[in-house]
Design a protein. Structure first.
Lengths: 143, 494
C-alpha cells in the first residue's frame, strides 16, 4: 500500500481543488489531493494531446489493442478450459483417486502442486508475447 | 494445548513491530522529496513481495487448511482460484491499468467514462467490498486469540483494528513497501517452518503423515462435498474477483510502467504458488491429526492446533507461537491495506480529500467493520472471503474488463451492469444465508452465485451500452491510446 498509500492526502500540504469533468468534454483528472501528492497534476493526469490524432495513428492503436486482446483471451481461454476440464474429470471419474503416488492420490498432486507451474508458464509466455506486440507497434508507429 | 503466555507474547510482538516500523516509515517518507520519483525506484521483486504480503489474508493463512480438513479435495480449488485470479489480472488488467494512471477503481471509472455518477457508484461498491473483506480478517483474529489464549475473541478484533488505525492515522503506511514485503516472507516462514518441522518429526518417528493414504479417502462430512457447479462457480468468483480488489489495484501504481507491472504480476504468481504449498500440506496433516475439527465448526483453527497435537511440549509451543505471529501479520497487513484504500475513497468522495477528512474516514473505515465483526458470528473464513470475491466479480470486474478492452462501453451500460450484478449477487447471498440448505443443487446456486451473476452483469453492461451507443464518451480514441500504447523506450525515465 505504502507508496500509493499516498493516495491519502498527506500532512504535507493542503489538498488540491476537486476537479469534476470539464464541460468541454476533456477528461477529468482524478480528483483531489491524491493527484497532487504523487505527481504534478496536469503533466500526469491529462491525456497527452498529440497534435492531430490522424487516421493512421488511430488505426495502429486499434490493431495493437486487438492483438493484445486476442493474445490475452486465447491464453485465458486455454487455461480456463484446462481448469474446467480438470474439474469435470475429477467429478465424473472418481476412480482416478485410486491412482496413488507416495500414498497421495493423483488429483491431489495435480490440483495441489501441478497446476501452479502451469499458471507460471502461462504468465511467462504471455509476458513475452505481449512485449513482442508492443515492440511491433513501436516499430510501425515510428515510421 | 497452547501455552497462552507464549501465544500472547507472539501476538504483542508482531503488533508492536508493525507499529514501530510504521512510525519509522513515516519519518523516512518525510525526507523523501518527491513521492513520485521514489515510486519509480521500487523494484519488481520488492513490489511483488509487498503485493503478496497484502493479498495473503486470513483466508489463505488459516482458511485453506481448514477447508481441506472439512471438504478435502474440493478445498484445493481455493488456492488455485486465488493464484489463477492473479493470472487473469496479468492478462487483462495489469499493464493497461498502470498506464491509465488511475490510483483507485473510482479514478479509473472517471478517467474512462468521465461521469461523476458512475464514480460515486463505484466508490460506494468499493467501500462495501472493503468492509466485507475486513470482517473475515477480524473473525480470524478473534478465532486465533480465542483459541490460543482463552481470552474473549473480540479482543483480537479490537487489537487488529487498533493497530491498523494507529498506523494509518500516523500516516505510516505511506512508504513502507518493505514492511508489506517483509510480511509476505514472515507469513511464508510462519507456515513453512512448522510444516517442514512437522513432516520431519513424523518422518523420524516413522509415522505416515497421510496415515498410509487413509486421509484422502472421503471428506469427513459427506455433506461438505460440493457438486460440480459449486466448484466451477467458485472458480469464476475467485478468478474474476481478484481483478477488482481495491487494495490490490492501488499497488500497481508503484510500478514505473506497463512492462514492469506485468513483470511484477508474474513474480507475484510465483510467490503465491510457493506459499500455497504449505497450507495444503498442513491441511492434509490436519485431516490425519485433528480430524474432529471438521465437524466442530472450528476447522480454521487447524493450523494453530497442529503443532501441539503432533509435537507437543516446548517445541510445540514454539511452533505455535511462530504460526500465531504469522497469522497476526496476515490480519494486520491485509486489513491495513484495505483500510488505506477505504479511507482514501471515503475521504475523497465525502470530505473532498482534506487531511482532517482522511483522519475521520480512517475512523469510519475501522469502526464499521469492527462493529460488523463483533455483531456477526464467524463463518468459515475461506467461504466468507469467497462470497466477497463473488460480489467483486459481479460488479467491478465487468467495469474493468469492458472498460479496458471495449470501446463501446457507455456510462449507462456501466451503471446498469454494476447495479444488476450487485443486487443479484447480494440478494442471492442473503437468501442463501436465510434459507436452509436442503435441496443441494438449488442452494448451491444461491450460496455460490458467481456462476450466473457474473455473466448476467456482463450481458446487461454489454446490451445497455449497445442500446445507448450514441452517448459514448467523446474522447474514446485518446483514452484507449492512453491505456494501451506502450511507453516510449527512449532513455531512462525521469
Amino acid at each position: 500500500m505504502s507508496e500509493t498509500g499516498a493516495a491519502a492526502p498527506g500532512p504535507r500540504g493542503a489538498p488540491g481543488p476537486r476537479q469534476g469533468p470539464a464541460p468541454d468534454g476533456t477528461l477529468p483528472a482524478p480528483s483531489g489531493a491524491r493527484v497532487r501528492v504523487s505527481a504534478p497534476a496536469g503533466t500526469m493526469l491529462n491525456i497527452v494531446r498529440r497534435s492531430a490524432p490522424d487516421a493512421a495513428d488511430t488505426f495502429y492503436v486499434h490493431s495493437l489493442i486487438r492483438s493484445q486482446l486476442r493474445l490475452a483471451a486465447s491464453v485465458a481461454l486455454g487455461f480456463l478450459l484446462l481448469l474446467v476440464g480438470l474439474a469435470v474429470m475429477v467429478f465424473t471419474w472418481p476412480q482416478i483417486n485410486d491412482i496413488r503416488l507416495a500414498t497421495i492420490p493423483l488429483p491431489w498432486w495435480i490440483l495441489g502442486v501441478g497446476v501452479y507451474p502451469l499458471i507460471m508458464l502461462c504468465a511467462f509466455l504471455f509476458n513475452r508475447a505481449a512485449a513482442r506486440n508492443e515492440a511491433k507497434y513501436r516499430s510501425i508507429a515510428k515510421k | 494445548m497452547i501455552n497462552p503466555a507464549v501465544a500472547l507474547l507472539s501476538v504483542l510482538l508482531v503488533s508492536l513491530a508493525t507499529v514501530l516500523i510504521a512510525v519509522n516509515g513515516l519519518r523516512l517518507s518525510r525526507t523523501t522529496g518527491d513521492f513520485y520519483v521514489a515510486s519509480r525506484t521500487v523494484k519488481p521483486w520488492w513490489n511483488a513481495s509487498a503485493i503478496g504480503g497484502e493479498y495473503l489474508s486470513a483466508a489463505s493463512f488459516l482458511g485453506i487448511a481448514g477447508l481441506i480438513v472439512v471438504s478435502g479435495q474440493d478445498g484445493l480449488w481455493f488456492p488455485i482460484g486465488y493464484t489463477a485470479g492473479y493470472l487473469m489480472l496479468l492478462l487483462f488488467v495489469a499493464a493497461p491499468l498502470r498506464r491509465s494512471r488511475a490510483y483507485t477503481i473510482p479514478d479509473f471509472a472517471q478517467i474512462r467514462l468521465g461521469s461523476m455518477k458512475l464514480r460515486r457508484l463505484t466508490s460506494f461498491l468499493v467501500v462495501v467490498i472493503c468492509w466485507l473483506y475486513i470482517v473475515p480478517q477480524l473473525h480470524g483474529a478473534a478465532l486465533t486469540l480465542g483459541i490460543s489464549t482463552g481470552l474473549p475473541g473480540w479482543l483480537g478484533s479490537l487489537l487488529v483494528m487498533g493497530v491498523v488505525c494507529l498506523t494509518v492515522l500516523a500516516g505510516g503506511m505511506r512508504s513502507i513497501t518493505f514492511v508489506q514485503a517483509f510480511q509476505y516472507w514472515l507469513k511464508l516462514a510462519a507456515l513453512a517452518i512448522p510444516a517442514v518441522f512437522l513432516l520431519l518429526h513424523l518422518g523420524l518417528a516413522g509415522e505416515s503423515a497421510t496415515l498410509g493414504g487413509a486421509v484422502f479417502d472421503r471428506a469427513a462430512d459427506p455433506a461438505a462435498n460440493q457438486g460440480l457447479y459449486y466448484n466451477i462457480s467458485l472458480l469464476v468468483a475467485l478468478l474474476f474477483g481478484t481483478l477488482g480488489l481495491p487494495h490490490v489495484l492501488v499497488r500497481f501504481y508503484t510500478n514505473p510502467d506497463g512492462p514492469s507491472a506485468r513483470k511484477t504480476t508474474a513474480i507475484v504468481l510465483g510467490l503465491l504458488a510457493l506459499f500455497y504449498l504449505f497450507p495444503t500440506v498442513l491441511g492434509i496433516l490436519g485431516r490425519a491429526y485433528t480430524p474432529e475439527l471438521a465437524t466442530s465448526g472450528n476447522a480454521d483453527a487447524t493450523v494453530l492446533l497442529l503443532p501441539g497435537r503432533i509435537v507437543g511440549g516446548t517445541a510445540g509451543d514454539a511452533l505455535t507461537a511462530i504460526i500465531i505471529g504469522g497469522a497476526f501479520a496476515a490480519f494486520l497487513s491485509t486489513s491495513s491495506g484495505l483500510v488505506v484504500s477505504l479511507a482514501g475513497t471515503i475521504s475523497q468522495d465525502l470530505f473532498r480529500g482534506t487531511v482532517r477528512g482522511f483522519r475521520i474516514s480512517t475512523l469510519i473505515a475501522t469502526a464499521v467493520p469492527l462493529l460488523l465483526a463483533m455483531g456477526t458470528s464467524s463463518l468459515a473464513l475461506a467461504g466468507a472471503i469467497g462470497s466477497v470475491f463473488a460480489f467483486t466479480a459481479a460488479t467491478i470486474c465487468p467495469l474493468l474488463l469492458l472498460g479496458i478492452w471495449w470501446r463501446g462501453l457507455t456510462v449507462a451500460g456501466a451503471i446498469s451492469g454494476m447495479v444488476t450484478g450487485a443486487v443479484a449477487c447480494a440478494t442471492s447471498l442473503i437468501l442463501a444465508a436465510a434459507l436452509p440448505n436442503e435441496a443441494q443443487s438449488f442452494h448451491a446456486l444461491l450460496a455460490q452465485p458467481a456462476g450466473w451473476c457474473v455473466p448476467l452483469a456482463f450481458l446487461v453492461m454489454f446490451f445497455v451500452s449497445l442500446a445507448t451507443r450514441r452517448r459514448a464518451p467523446v474522447r474514446i480514441d485518446e483514452v484507449m491510446a492512453r491505456l494501451h500504447v506502450p511507453e516510449p523506450q527512449a532513455g531512462p525515465l525521469p
